[in-house]
Design a protein around this ligand. Structure first.
Ligand code: SS9
Ligand code: ZN
Length: 678
């Protein structure tokens, strides 16, 4: 398995700069690159990365996307004086030339392609290229929006040509619509392009009709262009996460890309003068973590925009930290998407219904009478109360944002536990322990008896059970004391072990413990104090047990053909878990599990986005292969293969929808459609 994170940076790309006064372009400064790099150094992240040199992109590589004319015009600017440079620049919307621009833009292309090669060759697992000028607005025959050559589009064409790839996902989380990428690939079904962007009903630059949610691609490319317009500013972490859970991730897993490239603009972050959004730097750790579960971890992150230096630097560091496999920091803010965001999510899902299996049974009845839609539009515009109060948006107070971020990041950055995973050297465990796993000595029986006597003494007679509880508690203690990040324990009675783990964690002082239990959960601790949230995935409805806010049962029997669990994980379990914001996750697999190993591994991999990646896994000890797979997912050694994608049946979609309707007022991250009349 490939490992390591590449970092590509060349200070020569800081030479390109604006020579005259232009209030539109003067935010694209060289310091964007140097200050990001300095911030990475200050967090000791540069030395943990594999340095890969930049190179000049060749003319041939640039011609994969651009016209010869465009290349010649760009080349000709190298010898121009300032007046000529200004004149040529005026041919474009929001672009400026400097004598070094052509060279810098070729370095930006070359740096991007170096990253693709490093990832595709297996030299590294993933990486980031810090480049400027950016690329996602530039078009076949035109510079645009600070961009000269479309670095990411060239990278996609290059990867198809050189590595024969047939499915490449481009995720553009920059706050502007990368219309350049859309135009280049809109008829190409081998490149799935997703972009969210500030839009404000076409008011915001580049103010294109084709940036709206109904631009789904052309001809064979229909369904492979996804636009999620933000029609208000002030969007925050919950809106971005909701967009991933309810739009991008289901598409991405169905598409099953061989490579993921991110047009990584950070002007969608708080404090940016262009975006005016409220999302805080740690959200990029979560977005990166989700995308790392695709394409067997092959992820290339390419810098696009980001014009508030402090916000940019912190967000770049959050991204690189996550690429390195560090625990994902706790997300902050109220986990509730705003009405306008939910409406955009609903619209783009409806627009893509004809093209995606996972949307086959999407309820688009709201579209029937457009008056409802326009009424919703008016509603969205009118009740600002449900929109996020735009805390820090007028960005002339850059310093205020800097102060805010200094304090904010102090709580976010935490010492990375030296050890990733703890386990007991149970029989045969040596074959799945990866190098950064620590064996934990077992507790002695008297200590265990005293610990357990409090609540399950009657249940615990046999020594075998007692010993397994001891092992699990020894591992759990290390996690609770934050000495290790996660742990895995085998158990003859997973339900009992999970119940003891929950009780012990709450007694230790953890306020919100999530338990995801797969299989028959014979013991259910009472959860009414809200300190536990149990999601039980089991095959059949337990007689007489109805779901309540903190104890939800999800009946699911995985399809024999393959993994159809995505819609449940992405559309229900993650949104509930993120709404709850646990400080610890217990994942347990008991008897009669109704999920396959790949579905469970997907769950473990994605749940690492919660509770600073603190997870204790308790697996029925009869399941060695499951133990192995879960241990690998916890160790982060590799992204578990998710098996064959099987779309959910209508019955299963209805089941998820019913649970969503039942709980979306409690767990607001479940919202992905605007109920008429609310
Ligand atoms: N009224 C014209 C505003 C142009 N703004 C260009 C922003 C380019 C961002 C690149 S990420
Ligand atoms: Zn941008």
């Amino acid at each position: 398995m490939a490992s390591g994170t590449a970092l590509i940076y060349d200070e020569k790309m800081a030479t390109h700069k604006l020579l005259w006064s232009d209030p539109i372009c003067d935010i694209e400064v060289p310091e964007r690159l140097s200050s990001s790099y300095e911030q990475l150094k200050s967090y000791h992240l540069v030395e943990r990365c594999v340095p890969v040199p930049a190179r000049e992109g060749s003319e041939e590589e640039i011609l994969l996307v651009h016209s010869l004319e465009h290349l010649e015009v760009a080349k000709s600017t190298q010898t121009m004086n300032e007046e000529e440079l200004k004149r040529v620049s005026e041919n474009y919307d929001a672009f400026f030339f400097h004598p070094s621009t052509y060279h810098c833009a070729r370095l930006a292309v070359g740096a991007t392609l170096q990253l693709v090669d490093a990832v595709m060759s297996g030299e590294v697992r993933n990486g980031m290229a810090l480049v400027r000028p950016p690329g996602h607005h530039s078009q076949r025959n035109a510079a645009n929006g600070f961009c000269l050559f479309n670095n990411v589009a060239i990278a996609a064409e290059y990867a198809k040509l050189k590595y024969g790839l047939q499915r490449i996902l481009i995720v553009d989380w920059d706050v502007h619509h990368g219309q350049g990428i859309q135009y280049i690939f809109e008829e190409d079904p081998s490149v799935l392009y997703f972009s969210w962007h500030r839009y404000e009903h076409q008011e915001f630059w580049p103010s294109l009709k084709e940036s709206d949610y109904d631009a789904v691609g052309l001809g064979k490319g229909k369904g492979f262009n996804i636009n999620l317009p933000w029609n208000k500013v002030g969007m925050g972490n919950s809106d971005y996460l909701a967009a991933f859970f309810h739009v991008l991730l289901p598409m991405a897993f169905e598409f099953d890309p061989e490579l993921v490239i991110v047009s990584s603009g950070y002007d969608s972050g708080i404090g940016d003068p262009e975006g005016q959004m409220n999302a805080t730097p740690e959200v990029f750790a979560h977005l990166t973590h989700f995308l790392m579960q695709l394409a067997n971890g092959k992820l290339c992150v390419i810098l696009e925009g980001g014009y508030h230096l402090k916000s940019l630097g912190e967000s770049v560091c959050m991204t690189v930290k996550t690429l390195l496999g560090d625990p994902v920091p706790q997300i902050t803010g109220e986990m509730a998407p705003c009405l306008s965001a939910v409406e955009s999510i609903q619209n783009v899902r409806a627009a893509h219904k004809p093209y995606w299996k996972w949307l086959a049974y999407e309820d688009t009845s709201f579209l029937q009478n457009l008056s409802t839609k326009s009424h919703l539009l008016k509603k969205a515009n009118s009740n600002t109360s449900t929109e996020h109060e735009t805390k820090i948006t007028n960005n002339n107070n850059t310093v205020k944002v800097e102060r805010f971020l200094e304090l904010h990041m102090k709580n976010i950055l935490f010492p990375v536990p030296p050890i990733k995973t703890a386990t007991i050297g149970s029989e045969g465990s040596e074959h799945f322990l990866s190098e950064h796993v620590q064996l934990v000595k077992e507790m002695d029986k008297t200590e265990i008896k005293s610990l357990v006597s409090g609540f399950y003494a009657d249940l615990v007679e046999e020594d075998k059970i007692l010993l397994s509880l001891g092992s699990m508690l020894a591992i759990l203690d290390k996690i609770l004391k934050k000495e290790v990040c996660n742990g895995i324990a085998a158990s003859p009675t997973a339900a009992l072990s999970a119940a003891v783990a929950l009780r012990h964690s709450v007694r230790f002082g953890f306020q919100r413990v999530l338990c995801v239990f797969v299989g028959d959960m014979q013991i259910t601790p009472n959860t009414e104090d809200g300190k536990m949230l149990i999601i039980n995935i089991c095959e059949k409805e337990q007689p007489g047990k109805t779901s309540c806010k903190h104890c939800i049962s999800l009946n699911w029997k995985e399809d024999a053909e393959g993994n159809d669990f995505f819609s449940a994980v992405l559309g229900f379990i993650l949104p509930v878990a993120y709404s709850y914001q646990p400080n610890l996750t217990v994942i347990a697999v008991g008897p009669n599990r109704s999920l396959g190993i790949s579905g469970i591994s997907l769950l473990v991999a994605l749940l690492q986005g919660l509770a600073e990646s603190r997870i204790v896994a308790v697996i029925e000890d009869t399941e060695i292969s499951l133990l192995q797979s879960v241990a690998k997912a916890l160790g982060g050694a590799s992204t578990p293969p998710f098996g064959i994608y099987v779309p959910p049946t209508q019955e299963k979609v209805k089941k998820i929808k019913a649970l969503r309707d039942q709980f979306q007022q409690e767990w607001k991250m479940l919202q992905c459609s605007v109920k008429d009349g609310i």
